[in-house]
Design a binder for this molecule. Sequence first.
Ligand code: SAM
Length: 282
Amino acid sequence: MNTDPGIFQAPQLSPNDFKRLSALVKRHSGINLHEGKQELVKARLNKRLRELGMSTYQEYLDFLQSDATGDEFIIMLNSLSTNVTSFFRESDHFTFLSQTYFPQLRARKAEHDRHIRFWSAGCSSGEEPYTLALVFKEGWADLGNWDVRILATDLSTRVLNNAKQGIYDEPKLADIPRSLRERYFTPLKSKSVEQYQVKENIRSLVHFARLNLLDPWPMRGPFDAIFCRNVMIYFEKKLREQLVNKYWELLAPGGIFFIGHSESLAGITHKFQYVAPTIYKK
Ligand SMILES: C[S@@+](CC[C@H](N)C(=O)[O-])C[C@H]1O[C@@H](n2cnc3c(N)ncnc32)[C@H](O)[C@@H]1O
């Protein structure tokens, strides 16, 4: 181990190291690091090796495999996961919610049942579940008489920490209509960048937790809607099929399942009813 930063040389990632690393990543997260991702892996992990004073990937891989706490896996997956997201991403899903699904859901709820449960699985830095909360605030009349909770989970502790704070640089708010921005975001006085924080009345609807979708799920459901958008694209068909069927189990009858616009359930055995592209019903 070399801890002198002055003589640190960028570690080389041999084809063998890459193979070993991708097998570990796949086993622990489902994420497929395809051939050709070597440069990306190096760009993201070399810094970590430097912090640890390691000069070879072999050393790092041995360390990962001997780390019984699993902490280094969390750090590694924080670096390797792709967390691109935005407010109102794939906005027709939110239009579907307020125009089509909310009236159905309201009609379906029994007189005494005032609980609504949504799950954003693979929520990244929080834009997706906060958009859901905004849509509820705007589109569900007498919301105060209902117990609405949005569970938001992700593998990456790094993005979850940002999500919990609900603080975003101004450009991230580009897709939020101005009226909503003014109603639900507080401008923060900060040194250089213009930042906004999601207001407490929106944040309180969302509960963030770490969950690796490959691990056992502690929740029992039922959920009225599940969003798992742009997460399973990194997974192989068998894993996608397992997850899709687990989502089906956790949804209430009539509950809706949303996937990303570049995804489909084609070729997967499942019991969902097709509603519209990327929208499915139990
Ligand atoms: C591209 S983001 C999608 C965010 C959001 N759903 C959207 O569509 O904008 C994918 C997210 O899935 C998470 N992810 C990847 N593998 C996961 C796993 N095995 N368990 C839980 N989350 C995972 C990543 O950490 C990342 O934040």
